[in-house]
Design a binder for this molecule. Structure first.
Ligand SMILES: [Zn+2]
Length: 498
């Protein structure tokens, strides 16, 4: 266990701060390390000659440090202060790793990919960033958050995150939150500057092995809500004319040229396409959840996508029932083909869709899974919904209803309601053995967009595969998977008929 102290000094008062810290370290320490945050160092390095820290001090970069202390990790002469430099990590003998990044927002913008690259795969216990993450600033209705920090926090999922946020800083200790994939609990603490009237010093104990038991005051994770993933891309739109709720909806502005799922996007990953119909097409999934099996030498995780750039199934027509539209029809034909196709590998098929008026481009995820797992589906779904409903209070409630017949008028009411919903459709190796689990969602609340994948990962007991970007494959493998899938799917693909 390490005993750490973090403080936000006033650079012009380091001498008197050193006296306090030396005394505190004798009385309650030793602290290892003692970390200075904020713009902690004076512009004139010579003035440090009067500063006498007895223990070794680490100084994280502030927002101005690069300009007057420089980019590099170095020992500052005569002061016992080790300046950490622009960004990086430091692992102590007891296994605690501290990551730090500059508060210089231009450097964050210019070098973000490198920063993330350097941190990839590293276990980070304490993160120091100067800037606040956007997600937390936004939650507090403060203007100084930086979305680059959100990316760092999401990737590193530290036990402790320290920042100051602005010049004189601001004290704020957020109740802890948990990451749904690593189950790490994160505490965010921002410190005010010495003598600013705010709390400026924070001592705590930490273990190198992460604490997995949720603390009693656990709150929803502000980084796992949909609202904060694309803060700048949202605009207000006029209410849709036929929108029965008459609510102004928020819609992400993603044009077809920039849309991952639009065939007209020049950057579309066309090497992943399996089949193209008149209204919909089929691709393999990036970062697939499911793995090849004894009989099937490719993942099989695939996606059915409308050709048109539409957010939901009910946005493509006026007064007809969804089931009468040519798009719906073709989607059904793809589903039937896929169920038969995967049955030939002795696999059942699960489809997951989000039908939401503010989505970018509607699509249906398709997962081939061993049929044995289907028996546990409803209990896994119930557990995951319960967690969502009770622990993630900012999220929309999920109250799934089950249907075995998609001609059931109550089911048709769901899909023709023009309300947002999500659904799972399960086929137990035959198109006649069908179960649908469907729930309305409240579009004014957040939705866990990974909910489908999360449920399937839990069901298949592959928690490490929840995040698609952690399952990414090389382009060569993607090409091989597409070829293998296409070759076997040929005789099931209705677009190849006649
Ligand atoms: Zn699109």
């Amino acid at each position: 266990m390490a005993k750490i102290i973090v403080l936000h000094p006033d650079a012009s008062k380091l001498s008197s701060i050193a006296t306090k810290i030396n005394a505190l370290n004798k009385k309650s320490g030793p602290f290892d390390p003692i970390i200075l945050i904020g713009d902690a160092l004076p512009e004139e390095e010579e003035t440090l000659s009067t500063v006498r820290f007895e223990p070794q001090i680490l100084c994280a970069p502030g927002s101005q440090s690069l300009k007057y202390v420089g980019d590099d990790h170095r020992e500052l002469e005569g002061s016992n202060i080790s300046y950490l430099g622009k960004y990086g990590t430091l692992t102590k003998a007891d296994g605690i790793t501290i990551a730090f990044v500059t508060g210089d927002e231009k450097v964050l913008d210019d070098e973000m990919e490198q920063i993330l690259q350097d941190l990839r795969g590293k276990k980070v216990d304490v993160l120091i960033t100067y800037q606040w993450p956007y997600a937390i600033a936004n939650e507090r209705e403060l203007f100084f958050g930086n979305t680059n920090i959100d990316r760092i926090v999401r990737q590193t999922q530290p036990q402790y995150h320290f920042a100051v946020g602005s010049n004189v800083g601001k004290f704020f200790e957020r109740p802890p939150f948990q990451w749904s994939d690593s189950l790490t609990n994160t505490r965010f603490i921002s410190l005010g500057e010495f003598e600013s009237g705010d709390k400026w010093i924070y001592a705590f104990n930490i273990n190198a092995t992460q604490e997995l038991k949720p603390p009693a005051n656990l709150t929803p994770n502000p980084f796992e809500t949909e609202e904060v993933t694309q803060p700048k891309k949202r605009v207000f739109e006029e209410p849709l004319a036929d929108d029965t709720s008459k609510k102004i909806r928020l819609r992400k502005v993603v044009s077809p040229e920039n849309c991952f799922f639009c065939l007209s996007n020049p950057k579309l990953e066309s090497h992943m396409i399996i089949s193209i119909g008149e209204h919909a097409y089929l691709t393999i999934a990036k970062g697939p959840l499911t793995r090849p099996t004894r009989l099937m030498n490719f993942s099989g995780h695939c996606i059915i996508i409308p050709v048109a750039h539409i957010p939901s199934l009910d946005s493509s027509y006026d007064n007809k029932s969804v089931v009468e539209t040519p798009l719906y029809n073709e989607i059904m034909r793809y589903q039937v083909s896929l169920v038969k196709f995967f049955d030939s590998f002795e696999l059942a098929t699960v489809f997951f869709q989000i039908n939401k008026a503010d989505s970018v481009h509607f699509h249906i995820q398709c997962f081939p899974i061993p049929a044995d797992f289907l028996t546990k589906f409803s209990s896994v779904l119930e557990r995951k919904s319960k967690y969502n409903n009770e622990k993630l209070i900012q999220n929309t409630k999920l109250m799934f209803q089950k249907f075995e017949d998609t001609e059931d008028p109550k089911y048709l009411e769901f899909i023709d309601s023009k309300k947002d919903y999500i659904s799972f459709t399960l086929f137990n190796r035959s198109i006649s053995k069908q179960e649908v689990y469907i729930t309305y969602i409240d579009c004014s609340k957040s939705l866990d967009l990974q909910f489908g994948r999360r449920v399937l990962a839990d069901l298949l007991q592959t928690p490490k595969r929840i995040k698609w970007d952690k399952c990414k494959q090389s382009r060569t493998v993607e090409e091989q998977e597409t070829e293998a899938f296409k070759e076997k799917f040929k005789s099931y693909d209705f677009t190849m008929e006649g």
